[in-house]
Design a protein around this ligand. Sequence first.
Ligand code: NDP
Length: 331
Amino acid sequence: MSKIHNVIIIWSGPAGHSAAIYTARAMLEPLMFEGWMAGGVAAWGQLTTTTEVENYPWFADGIDGTALMMQMRQQSINSGCEIKTQTVDGVKFSDNPLETPHEVYVWNDIYRTKTVIIATWATAKRLWLPGEETYRQNGISACAVCDGGLPIFRWKHLVVIGGGDSACEEANYLTKFASKVTMLVRKDHFRASKVMWERTLANDKIEVLRNTEWVEILWDWAGTLMTGMKIKNNQTNEETQIEAWGLFYAIWHTPNTKFLDGQVATDNAWYILVEKWTTKVLKTQDSWHETYMWVFAWWDVQDRIYRQAITSAGTGCMAALDAEHFLAGHI
Ligand code: NDP
């Protein structure tokens, strides 16, 4: 019979590493599955798809997102967390994990554990426009940092859909390579923070079209490369055509919780429901008292409001403390 772990942490963003550091220091010997292109993102989560992180306290001049995650990962290891670069395929939660442990499925192996911390980040949402699946590699992307530097986008006119922080960040990043970036914002105002939209409006390579939505994507005669878009002003219904050699979505993120296969309560956008003021995952949506006291979730998978790296790290700490309290006297 395989070892019974105290804590298994699923995936590895700031929340995962914060939980890893706290549970390791509590001598719980955590095991983390950091993921392998889990949810379409490299191990260590969404910060690896961003550029400079300027709002994480401690780094006065900002820090590259991947560099920040490397620091966190090393701190987890130094604290005593074991990390496996694998993706969890599924879980089977137990109602009484101190008697019958939870099971975590990874490739062909089954790991048993008394608590699970769910840190499966969110994945960028796509619009599934006509042609998107066919031309995904030839003009449509949901990650400027991953794809923006590709030759097909260099010195070309590109389009970003969205008006949040992600959209502003993507548009600004793309101006390093593009000749021009047009942002399609469906309202007359940005959702982004003031500092981000002011920076965006000050960038003379970025054109912002407000009250504007996509209508159709246009391709070259061979149907291999995107060349333009038909767009519409949603106030006047006037349609126009613009040149566009690339389209980047920055419209929202969907939490990666489907692999839990309905074993925990989620809202209609797949966010895990947790007991108020804690990270304790609810088993059903109706009962605020019936909880899985031994499964904990945070940030991108349970918080649809704040969704910042720093709140992620904070709730990772909360989940670790909740797990530690649950395990007190049982290790
Ligand atoms: P947001 O929800 O903040 O913004 C999404 C944007 O996409 C909105 O402008 C929204 O329009 C638009 N949108 C949504 N669906 C569609 C659609 N179907 N068609 C057209 N437009 C659409 O998401 P973000 O991913 O930008 O940000 C998520 C969180 O991450 C936020 O809390 C943000 O602060 C944070 N973040 C922080 C960063 C930083 O601080 N450096 C960087 C990136 C993200 P509408 O307003 O009309 O709904």
